[in-house]
Design a protein around this ligand. Structure first.
Ligand SMILES: [Zn+2]
Ligand SMILES: [Zn+2]
Length: 301
């Protein structure tokens, strides 16, 4: 059973429509794929309709959380230009699987995150304009289309303006990397609260890529704390996590009785088409299924 439990579509910041993502998942020989767009389930309907047999779709979502950050959330969540740069802030991503998409608590929080993403993106554009970059909000909105707007869309607008040679160069301290000159933080959930929300919606919560880079680092003791709060698993196998970190995370999941998941975090052409590059440990998909009651996986065909 090959299960890639972490992929994005253009419902958030991936480049491909959900139907195309499902087609690529099947082509990559996967048995199971989870569509986990940032803070939205908007891609699920199209993915479901386009799902080729015998591929299985796990409806999911990647929630934006913040751990142990100094509480400057009010100013950041309004995306006030000129506010403090969030150097002490600690982003954490939480993968949610098989929750009830109609659950009012979870839906209200994801709506709040999405609304804030727009305020925040607009504030970053304002800062870029202050820095002399010839871009407008309309440029960014046109690139994002109907997707949940995010930094990759701003990066593409920056490149189109000629300020940088390619979108990847936007993620530096000069531009919109965490704490960068034009960076604005955003509203994010406390992960303990997010885990509770996912569980009360019948879903299973998995900590995404805790060792992918320093800005996303979650320590062993913090993972133990989240386990006590109801975390179901940890994403061990991920392209941005060195193999030594994967090995130590695998040991940690065994010690804590957590599910060891994995996924490619494919964003289409933005990350290079890499769906299926990383997959969950054997038995992880079945273990997630046994813990979730909010909705069922979808069988293609
Ligand atoms: Zn992530
Ligand atoms: Zn992701």
């Amino acid at each position: 059973m090959r299960a890639d439990l972490h992929v994005h579509s253009n419902a958030s910041d991936g480049t491909d429509p959900p139907a195309e993502v499902m087609r690529r998942a099947a082509q990559a020989g996967l048995d199971v794929v989870a569509l986990t767009d940032h803070d939205t389930v908007a891609g699920h309907a199209q993915a479901r309709q386009a799902l080729p047999a015998p591929l299985i779709l796990v409806p999911g979502m990647e929630l934006s959380c913040r751990l142990d950050g100094p509480d400057r959330g009010d100013q950041q969540s309004r995306g006030v230009p000129g506010g403090p740069s969030p150097r002490g802030q600690h982003s954490v991503h939480l993968l949610a699987y098989l929750f009830d998409p109609g659950d009012p608590g979870l839906a209200a929080e994801t709506r709040r995150i999405r609304d804030d993403r727009i305020l925040r993106a607009r504030a970053m554009v304002d800062r870029l304009v202050d820095l002399g970059v010839p871009i407008t909000w309309d440029d960014v909105a046109a690139i994002a289309g109907s997707a949940v707007v995010g930094r990759p869309h701003i990066a593409r607008a920056l490149a189109a303006s000629g300020a940088i040679a390619s979108p990847g160069q936007a993620f530096t301290p000069d531009w919109i990397a965490d704490g960068g000159r034009a960076y604005v933080g955003r509203y994010a959930l406390d992960p303990v609260h997010a885990i509770a929300l996912v569980r009360s919606a019948g879903g299973a919560a998995v900590l995404a890529h805790p060792r992918a880079d320093r800005a996303l680092l979650v320590s062993d003791s913090q993972i133990a704390g989240l386990t006590a709060a109801g975390l179901a698993g940890v994403e061990v196998f991920h392209p941005d996590q060195p193999e030594s970190e994967q090995a130590s995370l695998l040991g940690l999941t065994r010690a804590l009785g957590l599910i060891a998941t994995g996924g490619s975090d494919d964003h289409g052409s933005l990350t290079g088409h890499r769906i299926g590059s990383h997959t969950a440990a054997p038995g992880a998909y079945e273990a997630l299924l046994s813990q979730a009651t909010g909705t069922q996986p979808v069988q293609g065909g």
